[in-house]
Design a protein around this ligand. Structure first.
Ligand SMILES: [Mg+2]
Length: 222
């Protein structure tokens, strides 16, 4: 039996797309018309790209609107995002399902935020809710081994386990120790958290792939 578990942010979809979606939502909440919506989005995204605090910048520019940072954060975290799966991911997941693999997710974050992303990506039809480990509702976050042991307790010691993720700082250390095959999806230049490979072996994935497809099918022996 094969159990293939994925990280969510910057693995199954690109987190920069979530950020843009949230900024668009915020702009729509505050704007009186289309032109103002574009202007607010431009203010937020421009500040982000320049490494400034996007919300603080927005509040300075639009202080007459009386919006608070708490409201902006709430909108950011709870809006229903418009995001799509990483290139090649949909076809890859269909093959895994067709081959009888069990799929799961281990992700850190707020329950409502992560579930909204999973719904927007259409993943509920492929991955059972009980196989979606979200740190807030699970009670521990990566690199805690508990989040990975959950799957081993469910599917048993004889299964082959894979973790496909992107963050070399925290994603691979626990599954490496537990004997999983770890695979890093390489940053295509868009990732929010930059990858670092000059780390000790315990942090590093066993394999690195450029994309969903080709070499990933080979290393999973599909
Ligand atoms: Mg990630």
């Amino acid at each position: 039996m094969m159990v293939v578990v994925f990280d969510l942010d910057d693995t199954l979809y690109k987190e920069i797309d979530y950020l843009r979606s949230a900024y668009r939502y915020i702009a729509a909440q505050l704007a009186g018309d289309d032109a103002e919506r574009e202007e607010i989005f431009g203010t937020l995204y421009g500040a982000y790209k320049e490494g400034r605090d996007a919300f603080a910048t927005l509040m300075e520019c639009y202080n007459n609107k009386g919006v608070t940072k708490e409201t902006l954060l709430h909108w950011y975290r709870t809006h229903k995002p418009q995001i799509s799966l990483t290139d090649g991911c949909e076809g890859f997941l269909s093959v895994l399902v067709a081959k009888g693999c069990h799929l799961g997710i281990i992700t850190d974050g707020r329950t409502v935020t992560q579930l909204n992303k999973i719904e927007a990506l259409g993943l509920h039809s492929l991955i059972a809710d009980e196989d979606i480990v979200i740190s807030e509702r699970f009670g521990s976050e990566k690199p805690s081994p508990e989040n990975y042991l959950y799957f081993m307790n469910k599917y048993g010691a004889d299964a082959r386990y894979y973790y496909i993720a992107d963050n070399t700082a925290k994603d691979f250390i626990a599954p490496n120790r537990l004997g999983w095959t770890t695979v890093c999806l390489k940053d295509n230049g868009q990732n929010i958290h930059k990858q670092k490979f000059s780390l000790s072996d315990e942090f590093l994935p066993k394999y690195t792939v450029e994309e969903f497809g080709g070499s990933l099918f080979e290393l999973l022996k599909l």
